[in-house]
Design a protein around this ligand. Structure first.
Ligand code: B12
Length: 482
């Protein structure tokens, strides 16, 4: 594809239309759009979340803009819910087919789902090129290769089809600290639409993950070496966003509080800056939670934190590949109890070796140590992604019929030593007695999207789960099952 002025017309499409448990901003695709614009190309952006008739809207854009390349962002494979499993790639696959049919554009796939399952998604969509890494770096390189009609062998973070042969070249991250400032991508997003629905603004302070949890996709998609942002640069970005009216920032790092010192420095930098925004962290690892961290987060004005505990049984924590034990959970609970940050404790039940006894240990921990004003979320079954350690275990244990085990079809690990009926009853009973306990039924609650919107318009601030007790009590009072 040779253009006269070296400019390529690129349409970036965010396909995510999932609004549960909460709507999320198209931050990744926006970063890609901004990087491609900075590389000198002509960019158009469409967020399909914004339109009811999203297909019609996309056709109109394709006709009006007539792109040379379409970058298709696919975030979610499925909803990670064994009971109400929903595959979420079907829309994106239909959209890709439509783009191939209706335009002359080359299709490049990207997004979290694509990084996990590039082959499957290339195969299903009919696209030939995918980005399996940080799109802001990889996409401009892919475009350069397309422009020069060269192969992608030297592009780290690209995957492609060569005839029927699949190639993949993962990014190699050496780790360390990067000094890049955070680009302003607000021009690509309808901030008002999102914040009006309880969405927070995603901020990344690092990439990659050194841990080896057996079920996780990070060992496949990311390196083990943290690439850290300087806290000063993060705070600069937050400051600029505050000026644009953003009030809630969510740290979307794989693990917020590791490295511990980096999180502490960040909190201190925020406090020193005098910013009065509200902060949230998706994921704290119990191995690195203490009074000092919670104190520093409180001072920086954190208004919520997720704690990915997963289990409170030492046996299960070991089986899941965790490097902490029940003792660390108890210490974390004590540190959190002394602070004032609402916490969401997350557990997964049914992993390898799970028995009635280990389930009881977890439920007993939640009841005894989690403050009733905090929330505990219990997920049942573990989504098995091919290439993960738990995937190998499932294969060894012949858990799935090989013929039906296709990567995109949600399949879940559930311990053979545990009866599903017993667990459902046990969890139902625990939920009945503890209004701050929620499970996947709460996340797929049909009115959750409306609740987020209504809550926001009534002045509630994110996240909605802070109000789990109040909401469950109110919904029950009007006869709804919650
Ligand atoms: C933070 C987070 C959340 C937060 C989001 C908060 C917020 N304010 O945004 C919360 C808790 C709400 C959440 C919810 C869910 N999440 Co989540 N989440 C994450 C997490 C940890 C980070 C996401 C993030 O913001 N990353 C930073 C941005 C910059 O990265 P990115 O969006 O991936 O974009 C980069 C690349 O993908 C690529 N890229 C993206 N688009 C494009 C397009 C093109 C053309 C190109 C070339 C490249 C490209 O370049 C981008 C820039 O580097 C990821 C794990 C991970 N490390 O990816 C899981 C992850 C994305 N979530 C996942 C899932 C499943 C969900 C839920 C469905 C779970 C559930 N049942 O509740 C929901 C869905 C929510 C929704 N409405 O879509 C999965 C998705 C894949 C899958 N397994 O299906 C992931 C990958 C976790 C996992 N390993 O399984 N999530």
């Amino acid at each position: 594809l040779i253009t006269e002025d070296n400019k390529i017309k690129v349409l970036v499409v965010s396909t995510n239309r999932t609004a549960q448990p909460v709507i999320v901003m198209p931050f990744g695709p926006a970063l890609v759009a901004e990087a491609v614009r900075k590389a000198g190309h002509e960019v158009s952006f469409i967020d399909l979340m914004l339109y009811n008739n999203f297909q019609g809207e996309l056709i109109r854009r394709l006709e009006a803009f007539d792109p040379d390349v379409v970058g298709l962002s696919i975030r979610n494979i499925d909803n990670n819910d064994m009971k109400n499993a929903r595959a979420l790639t079907a829309d994106a696959v239909n959209i890709a087919e439509m783009i191939i049919r209706r335009s002359r554009a080359r299709l490049v796939l990207g997004g979290a789902a694509v990084s996990i399952m590039p082959y499957e998604l290339l195969h299903l969509t009919g696209a030939r090129i995918a980005c399996v890494g940080r799109g802001e770096k990889v996409m401009p390189e892919i475009l350069e290769k397309i422009q020069n009609e060269e192969g992608f062998e030297n592009v780290e973070g690209a995957a492609w089809m060569d005839g029927k042969i699949f190639h993949i070249n993962r990014e190699k991250i050496a780790g360390g600290t990067r000094n890049a400032s955070h680009p302003d991508v607000t021009a690509w997003m309808d901030l008002k639409f999102y914040t009006g629905r309880m969405a927070t603004y995603p901020i990344q302070t690092k990439t990659d993950c050194p841990f080896d949890c057996i079920y996780c996709t990070y060992p496949i998609t990311e390196s083990k070496n943290y690439l850290l942002d300087r806290p000063k640069n993060v705070v600069e970005a937050v400051k600029a966003l505050c000026k644009k009216g953003v009030k809630d920032f969510e740290f979307v790092d794989n693990v917020f509080n590791s490295p511990y010192e980096h999180a502490m420095d960040l909190c201190e930098e925020i406090t020193l800056s005098g910013l009065r925004a509200r902060f949230h962290a998706v994921s704290l690892n119990p191995a690195y939670i203490d009074k000092e961290l919670i104190g520093a987060m409180s001072k920086a004005n954190f208004k919520s934190a997720g704690i990915t505990a997963e289990s409170a049984s030492d046996d299960m924590l070991r089986n899941l590949g965790k490097q902490y034990g029940r003792k660390d959970l108890i210490n974390s609970a004590q540190a959190v109890a002394e602070g004032n940050i609402p916490c969401l404790w997350m557990f997964m039940l049914g992993g390898p070796g799970e028995t009635k006894q280990t389930v009881n240990e977890t439920l007993e921990f939640a009841q005894k140590y989690i403050k009733p004003s905090d929330t505990a979320f219990f997920n049942v079954g573990i989504r098995v992604y091919p290439g993960t350690e738990i995937g190998k275990l499932a294969k060894e244990e012949k858990l799935f019929d090989d013929e039906t085990f296709t990567a995109l079809k949600p399949q879940f690990y559930f311990s053979r030593q545990l009866d599903r009926g017993w667990l459902t009853e046990k969890l139902g009973d625990a939920k009945e007695r503890n209004l701050n306990f929620i499970d996947s039924d709460s996340l797929s609650f049909p009115h959750l999207t409306d609740l987020n919107r209504l809550g926001r318009s009534l002045g509630f601030t994110p996240p909605l789960w802070k109000n789990a007790r109040f909401l469950r009590r109110s919904l029950r009072a009007v006869g709804l099952q919650a």
